[in-house]
Design a protein around this ligand. Structure first.
Ligand SMILES: Cc1ncc(COP(=O)(O)O)c(C=O)c1O
Length: 391
């Protein structure tokens, strides 16, 4: 399924299409018709699209009219942050934006663009040593008013789950809309848009068994957002463009299955995760587990460690030669490893941040996968440390 890779533990990067979703996706791709056309073919496409919108809304706890399909999480986040910032500042709100340092690059780079080009002032919201976004810090950040605040529900690197309802209550107290990046949270923790108190929420299909290139921004009825894309005025005018019916059908099914299966999947993957954590800490006593301790504040399918004295990249390549696919969690710019901004924001020192390794689990992960890592990792760490000493 993964080419030459025998053990795939990088489900946070992307997880395979579920077979049921692949079947529904390909069947929907065969249906011709633009959902905006008035003839019978168009009406058929429209019906499929609106059924998918209703289904996704059901899975996410929002109204169908609040679902804006996008090309993925990155577009959803860009649309939310730029769109809400523009609408709010036009209406007289302060140009501040509150965000933590553990957000995904889709958020951080959008904010940097807004700061560089649109005069936004980004105010940092502090996190604790596990990467939890602190409601008291959001409260302080919003004291002078803001156009928008944003928070990552579950961190994609260290797997820490923040208390979104508490953060949303703080934002509501200040009258500031909160956007939530729920890309890693969906299917892993209960995600209910209405109950969360968020003003807008971004999700992505390929993290939950749907296709790459499909996502959604949930925009609350009372949330104003200016469009990024102009054209035919589809989707409340927030996201013009002919809508991807097959993508919507596939995403809606993947989200429904992810929500239905969440409890059982979480129990299964968290048991595997805990087996890996126990095994790694036993075999490599100076390994440090990063993020919240196993429990509701940690993603069930995430184990993240730092190994001081070696490079995460070396570990990644050594494991790759053993046909084990993992991630350092951090971005790689032009082949040069970057230190993780998430670990640095959590206060991790450089020596540890350099040796980061993330294992993420999915529906296909087995005990045999975990045991393969436990067999290969101690030697990989020893070799990577020897290589780092020689360098
Ligand atoms: C937390 C988080 N936000 C946003 C994104 C971007 O989503 P997409 O890949 O659908 O653009 C990702 C993907 O890695 C993510 O993990």
């Amino acid at each position: 399924m993964y080419g030459v890779v025998a053990v795939y533990l990088d489900h946070a990067a992307t997880t395979p299409l579920l077979p049921e979703v692949l079947e529904a996706y390909t069947a929907a791709l065969a249906v011709a018709g633009n959902p905006a056309s008035l003839h019978a073919a168009g009406r058929d496409a429209r019906r499929m699209l609106e059924e998918a919108r209703e289904k996704l809304a059901g899975a996410l706890g929002c109204d169908p009219v609040e679902v804006v399909f996008t090309s993925g999480g990155t577009e959803a986040i860009n649309t939310a942050l730029k769109g809400i910032f523009w609408a709010r500042t036009r209406a007289g709100a302060s140009a501040r934006i509150a965000a933590s340092g553990v957000e995904h690059h889709a958020t951080l780079d959008t904010l940097a663009w807004l700061a560089g080009r649109e005069g936004a002032e980004v105010v940092d919201v502090a996190v604790d040593g596990d990467g939890r976004i602190l409601p008291a810090a959001l409260d302080a950040a919003l004291a002078g008013g803001a156009a928008v605040a944003t928070a990552i529900w579950a961190n994609n690197e260290v797997g820490t789950v923040s208390d979104i309802p508490a953060l949303a209550a703080v934002a509501a107290f200040h009258g500031v809309p909160l956007h939530v990046d729920a890309v890693q949270a969906l299917g892993a923790v209960p995600v209910d848009f209405r109950g969360s108190g968020a003003a807008a929420l971004s999700v992505s299909a390929h993290k939950i068994g749907g296709p790459v290139g499909v996502g959604a921004l949930i925009v609350g009825r009372r949330t104003a957002a200016d469009p990024l894309l102009h054209g035919g005025g589809q989707q409340r005018g927030i996201r013009s463009g002919t809508q991807d019916v097959a993508g919507a059908v596939a995403f809606a099914l993947a989200a429904t299955l992810a929500v239905e299966r969440r409890g059982a999947a979480a129990a299964r993957t968290s048991a595997l995760r805990d087996r890996l954590i126990r095994g790694v800490l036993e075999a490599i006593p100076d390994a440090v587990l990063r993020g919240a301790l196993a429990g509701p504040e940690r993603l069930p399918g995430n184990a993240h460690f730092t190994f001081a004295g070696c490079d995460g990249d070396s570990l990644l390549f050594l494991l790759d030669t053993a046909e084990i696919a993992v991630s350092t969690g951090a971005a790689c710019a032009a082949g040069v490893a970057e230190l993780s901004h998430v670990l640095l924001a959590m206060g991790v020192d450089e020596a540890h941040a350099r040796g980061a390794l993330r294992f993420t689990f999915g529906a296909s992960t087995t005990e045999a996968d975990v045991d393969a890592v436990l067999r290969a990792l101690p030697d990989a760490v020893a070799r990577a440390r020897r290589a780092a000493r020689r360098a």
